[in-house]
Design a protein around this ligand. Structure first.
Ligand SMILES: [Zn+2]
Length: 390
């Protein structure tokens, strides 16, 4: 049976402008047809009438971690301590955060690394229908060296063969991508933002192992030589990239490499807080440069998508920050839908309301093109044609 979905405004996010009184048909969890502007609605066995609302594809958070929160209000424990929590406790939190993503209209999440491989189990439980949550594209365990960012001692990747082994462990468990590290992070121990903790051969072997299984590599990297090494190794996606130089932005644009920008931990009211002096100075450094880096990337046509990085449900904020950097609102919507799907190599399945894709869509009480904060007015969330939230 086909179901007709009627929208007051239909934002397909397929590169075309929104359609007034648009419609599409669902069948078997997928989109069976999308009406052209002005085309009358066809008869259908059932109808969902959202004529008073905006309808758009489910949102895609291209970078987060289900086991941790950067919000003190939700989890005051320091981030590195959260990563060291026992696996069962992290799973409990992950179930809560998965629901939070869904309620915020996020129907696909790229998991950017977890200890205890919890993203694989979370994904299996969601896919089996045991718990509600978004589709997950998992990275599995971090590929980080002894002194690297996010290292808890659980999965240590030192040297070419050490990296190869952990890449293969992740791939065997079902990783869609591998997560490596081209610099330290704000909440790292010793590794600073401009120091590369991986060697070129280590980065290259990760790319080689991923490619051998048809997968790809994403690299956490803020700045310094790690950006150049990641580009040289053929990393597909740079995460954060907060301290890129103008020359590096040129190289990223020329290579067509993806960048996932993550404003939320740095700038959202629920972002990183209560840091010690060393971590606070790193955060300040990143905040000083990030908006101008994003602005330059935008102007240079870098492939951009967005992620909340542990501020669960704040994807609307990411889009709004890009508008501050000079992006158009339509473009901002596409950063968290179609463009994110391209970055995640899921563009054949999700990211736009187009015939053949999964019927992942959200209903908003207010039009997000009038104000991106209206992305928060979520009235209903559908995954594979089934209502999962709202
Ligand atoms: Zn992250």
């Amino acid at each position: 049976m086909k179901t007709l979905v009627k929208a007051g405004w239909l934002h397909t996010c397929s590169g075309a402008p929104p359609v007034r009184n648009g419609w599409f048909l669902l069948a078997g969890g997928r989109i069976a047809a999308v009406g052209s502007p002005g085309e009358p609605c066809p008869p259908a066995g059932a109808a969902l009438d959202f004529s008073a609302c905006s309808v758009m594809p489910g949102l895609i958070d291209a970078h987060t971690h289900f086991s941790l929160s950067h919000s003190d209000a939700i989890d005051p424990m320091p981030v590195m301590s959260q990563l060291r929590e026992p696996g069962p406790r992290k799973i409990c939190k992950a179930i809560m955060y998965a629901g939070e993503h869904l309620r915020a209209g996020v129907t696909t999440v790229r998991g950017m690394g977890e200890d205890d491989f919890i993203d694989f189990d979370l994904k299996a439980a969601i896919d089996a229908g045991y718990i509600p949550g978004p589709r997950i594209s998992p990275a599995g365990a971090f590929i980080s060296p002894t002194h690297g960012h996010g290292q808890t001692g659980q999965t240590v990747s030192d040297g070419v063969e050490g990296v190869r082994k952990n890449c293969r462990v992740n791939l065997a468990k079902g990783a869609d991508l591998l997560k490596v590290f081209g610099s330290g992070g704000v909440v790292s121990g010793q590794a600073g933002l401009g120091y590369c903790t991986a060697t070129l051969p280590e980065l290259r072997v990760a790319v080689e192992e991923a490619a051998a299984m048809g997968k790809y590599v994403a690299a956490h990297v803020h700045g310094g030589p790690g950006i150049d090494l990641c580009l040289e190794a053929g990393v597909r996606s740079l995460e954060h990239a907060t301290l890129c130089t103008d020359e590096q932005i040129e190289r990223i644009a020329a290579a067509g490499t993806w960048v996932t920008l993550t404003f939320s931990p740095l700038a959202h009211p629920d972002g990183l807080r209560n840091l010690d002096a060393r971590k606070q100075s790193r955060l300040d450094a990143v905040r000083r440069t990030y908006y101008s880096v994003a602005r330059k990337m935008l102007a240079r046509g870098v492939n951009i998508c967005l992620g909340t990085d542990g501020v669960h449900g704040a994807l609307w904020f990411e889009a709004a920050e890009m508008e501050k950097c000079g992006a158009g609102r339509q473009q901002c919507l596409e950063f968290i839908t179609r463009r994110a799907a391209e970055s995640c190599r899921m563009a054949n399945e999700v990211g736009a309301i187009e015939t053949g894709k999964y019927a992942d869509f959200i209903v908003l009480r207010q039009n997000p093109l009038e104000d991106l904060a209206h992305l928060r007015s979520v009235a209903a969330v559908y995954v594979g044609g089934e209502r999962r939230a709202g």
